[in-house]
Design a protein around this ligand. Structure first.
Ligand code: ATP
Ligand code: MG
Length: 399
């Protein structure tokens, strides 16, 4: 393989190595998973310089093809790539034991100097390599101990582990790998439309479904002038904060004022929120049809508010035939907040702008609605007309 892939020698270069997660288990589908992840990696590395990306023996190699490649930025971006269980920066050297020692000595010098104890862990993906893994670890460990004689060897709790991997076209040395983003490569599970409000829950829900391999498009319902342009910008900012994980996103901004005013005028107040949410589902379904998406995602959590009881969810999802994914349904607010902090959406989510759901909130919302009473409340509405009008007014923003 070396010749077809390497016009220039990989020896001496610093690589980024990605280890794949669950996808390795998927047998026959594995190639498709790898291809998807590599495609996502390629798009994610745009602007960091030219890289060559290829997979071999369940490792994906990210090889810089210019001295100007920004390895720090590349590594940081790949930390958000779903489908990767762990990743590391690694130095490639030729497959002689002395070269491996030399590479470890120079590449890991600072870390070896800072540590008090260490061990060497070797893997041989190249089974023709002359030493066994144990022999190689002992050899490299012995040599490094001579060179850094403040270090003690500690097989059980070393401060630092020097990893050596003998692979097909080179050997690699690296320090402990960093945990990857986990999950499945975005897009492998198809496409869904996520209902993104400006709150804490829906960005987390979107992130969780992207992590399970869904490519997303966002829908946001916007009730100008009841909600401000800042509220819309906030949602676009939230979508942007998700792009390191989801890739670039389309946000469909749907004008929702007309529907809300109609519902307030002509329907029982206690059902207002539920009727409104049914319109959200119907419109999201139409957006999904246009986008080739086969599911919807919301940030609903059981019992969190009146419109999120089991009965309320039942009448809400009865408005669509698409599956509705609610990944935070069983999570407490605190647990959702923890994820929001981790993915960096929390601070934006708590900015104090109105959401369309807080406009015309009923004083006594119905928590145990039946589909019959909801449908009765809708009989006099021009549902198709209202939806068509909202669809016509959609503004499509790419973030
Ligand atoms: P969030 O924190 O995500 O705003 P929430 O607890 O405030 O959720 P609701 O306001 O009842 O809950 O909304 C429930 C879900 O409906 C949201 O998580 C989101 O998926 C969707 N949703 C609510 N408002 C909007 C909106 N303006 N545009 C798009 N989706 C919305
Ligand atoms: Mg909300």
């Amino acid at each position: 393989m070396s010749n077809e892939i390497h016009e220039t020698s990989p020896i001496g270069k610093e690589f980024i190595l990605l280890k794949m997660g669950e996808m390795v288990l998927k047998g026959l589908n594995r190639r498709g998973f790898e291809e998807r992840m590599m495609g996502n990696a390629r798009r994610r590395l745009e602007g960091c310089g030219p890289f060559r990306i290829y997979s071999r023996q369940s490792i994906t190699y990210i090889e810089p093809m210019s001295r100007d490649c920004d390895m720090d930025a590349a590594f940081q971006r790949l930390c958000c790539l779903f489908g990767v269980v762990s990743l590391c920066r690694a130095k490639a050297c030729d497959k002689r034991a002395e070269s491996i020692v030399e590479a470890a000595k120079t590449y890991l010098r600072d870390q070896l100097n800072a540590a008090h104890s260490f061990k060497v862990e070797s893997k041989r993906a190249d089974k023709s390599f002359v030493m066994s893994s144990i022999q190689l670890s002992q050899y490299v460990g012995g040599e490094l101990n001579d060179l850094f004689n403040h270090l003690t060897a500690d097989m059980r709790h070393p401060e630092m582990t020097v990893h050596v991997e003998v692979r097909d076209f080179a050997a690699f040395v690296h320090a402990d790998p960093t945990p990857g983003a986990g999950g499945l490569p975005v897009g492998i599970g198809g496409r869904a439309v996520s209902l993104l409000s400006g709150g804490i829950d829906s960005p987390v829900a979107s992130w969780m479904m992207a992590k399970r391999g869904l490519a997303l498009e966002m829908v946001h319902f916007f009730s100008y002038p009841y909600t401000s342009p800042e509220a819309k910008d906030k949602v676009l900012t939230l979508a942007k904060l998700l792009t390191p994980w989801c890739g670039s996103l389309v946000v469909h901004v749907v004008p929702f004022t007309e529907i809300q005013e109609t519902l307030r005028r002509s329907c029982p107040e206690s059902l207002f929120t539920l009727l409104m949410r049914r319109f959200m589902m119907r419109i999201a379904e139409q957006v999904a049809q246009r986008a080739g998406a086969k599911g919807l995602v919301t940030g609903e959590s059981l019992g969190q508010v009146a419109s999120q009881t089991m009965e309320a969810m039942a009448v809400t999802e009865a408005a669509t035939t698409l599956p509705v994914f609610r990944p935070v349904v069983g999570m407490d607010k605190e647990e959702i907040i923890q994820v929001a902090r981790k993915i960096g959406t929390f601070e934006t989510s708590i900015l104090p702008y109105e959401d369309c759901c807080t406009v015309f909130t009923p004083r006594h919302p119905k928590t145990r609605p039946t589909l019959e009473e909801i449908q009765a409340a809708e009989t006099d509405l021009d549902i198709d007309g209202l939806i068509a009008q909202a669809m016509d007014g959609i503004e499509r923003v790419q973030v």
